[in-house]
Structures are given as C-alpha cells and as structure tokens.
Write a protein that binds this ligand. Structure first.
Ligand code: PGA
Length: 250
C-alpha cells in the first residue's frame, strides 16, 4: 500500500518569524497522525523550521531547488544545500514554477536527478490547465509530464518519488476537482506508473491530490482508492486548517 501523506506548500507566504511560529504551533497540535505530515517552506525557513520540528512527527520539504549542482549561479539554492538544512523532501514541477519561471520538462529532469543524488525525496507535481481539461487532454498532459521528467528513473530511484496531481484550474481558485474526477485521473496516473515500473511499484507510489483541498472536502477525496493524500497550499497556512485535513485520515 502507498504511504498516506498530507503535505503543505506554503509558497511565498510567511516571513521567518511567522513561519517559525506556524511550525511550532503545528508541533503542538499535530500528534500521532494517521499519515505522514510534511511542510514545504521557503528556503530561508528551512534551517530554523528543521530545529523547531526536531523530534516531532512533522517532516520538512523545500519548494524548489536549482538545476545545477554548485558554482556561479547567483541567487540559486542547490539540492545539496536544501539537504544540509535537515529537509528531506523537495517539491518540483509545481505549475507555478512551470508557468512563471519557465521550468521545462528538461530543467525539471535535471532538478529531479540532483535532488535524488543528494538524498532528497521528490514531490513531483503534474496537472492540466483548464483549456486542456476542456479539450479532454488531461491524461495526455499528465503522462507527458511524467515521461518528460521522471519516467527515465530506475526502479530504485522511483521509490523516492511522490506524485502530486494538481489540476491548474483548481489551484487557489476554490474550485476543487470532484472526488470522482480526481479518482479517475489518479487511477490513470497509477496505470501509467504500472506500465513503466510494474503493478507492485505503482501500488506503492503515493499519489497526492492538490488544488483547493481543505478540511471540508478532504474526507471525500481521501476516501478514493487512488488518492493517497494531499498537497495543500492555502489551507496549510493556518495550523487549525492544516490539522483538519490531516484528521481526514481518521
Ligand atoms: P491550494 O494550492 O491548496 O491553495 O489550491 C495547492 C498547491 O498549489 O499546491
């Protein structure tokens, strides 16, 4: 069975002090969850938040890393640097990175490889736009995103990949995919993984749903057999909201 996971993606929110305060609050309210709990924070929070969550059930993720190993790349943060903060995960391929920072499948492939080489697990995001969904191209789009950046990995490396399906039209819009819509494409994604890595590896792969997931809709989404948890943006910014989603795992 795939691991159940609720992961937060703070995006570009919270200054350092606010981020530390939220992480502290989470360590106080999240106890013995029935899923893995990860928080994805901006780079500058990582080292401090790693200290705050030490010994708790909460794990840490970056939201990005560079596609270069080290050197003269002003302003970039490498996978090795991320790992050295205590973070264990990195979110890659988020639609906001693809759209606003022109991250292509090739760039993402480089980032994925560097992340894995440095011992990070990757939360790899895929998902179609509204136009693509309206043209019924969602399956084609997600398969191409996987093929373009992660399906070249060997079976051992694949064990460190978590997939997050996030329909772009549902991100931050309040418009969630229905649980049936999400389940349909999650099952398809799992079948794509099975084609490359086999049925057993596909069953072990965590496939998270993201896009306006909140405490009120999480139970219905998480009840679906191919939805192994969520990648949470807006609702990860308040401890009570995030805990509400974690509690959907009962
Ligand atoms: P949202 O964002 O929960 O605010 O829709 C999800 C994400 O982009 O990861």
């Amino acid at each position: 069975m795939a691991k159940k996971i609720v992961a937060g993606n703070w995006k570009m929110n919270k200054n350092l002090q606010e981020g530390i305060a939220l992480a502290k609050e989470l360590t106080e309210v999240v106890k013995n969850p029935n899923c893995d709990v990860i928080i994805g924070t901006p780079f500058i929070h990582l080292a401090s938040v790693a200290e705050v969550i030490k010994g708790s059930c909460i794990q840490l993720s970056a939201e990005n890393c560079a596609n270069k190993a080290s050197g003269a790349y002003t302003g970039e943060v490498s996978a090795e640097m991320v790992k050295s903060t205590g973070a264990e995960y990195v979110i890659l391929g988020h639609s906001e990175r693809r759209e606003y920072y022109n991250e292509t499948p090739e760039i993402l492939k480089e980032k994925v490889e560097l992340a894995l080489a440095n011992g990070l697990k990757v939360i790899f995001c895929i998902g179609e736009s509204l136009e693509e969904r309206e043209a019924n191209k969602q399956n084609e789009v997600v398969k191409a995103e996987l093929a373009g950046s992660v399906f070249h990995l060997d079976a051992e490396a694949w064990k460190n990949i978590i997939i997050a399906y996030e329909p772009i039209w549902a991100i931050g819009t309040g418009k969630t995919a229905t649980a049936d819509q999400a389940e349909e494409i999650h099952a398809y994604i799992r079948s794509c993984v099975a084609e490359v890595y086999g049925a057993e590896a596909a069953a072990e792969t965590s496939i998270l749903y993201g896009g306006s997931c909140k405490a009120s809709n999480a139970p219905e989404l998480f009840a679906k057999p191919d939805i192994d948890g969520g990648l949470i943006g807006g609702a990860s910014l308040k401890a009570a909201d995030f805990k509400g989603i974690i509690d959907a795992w009962g």
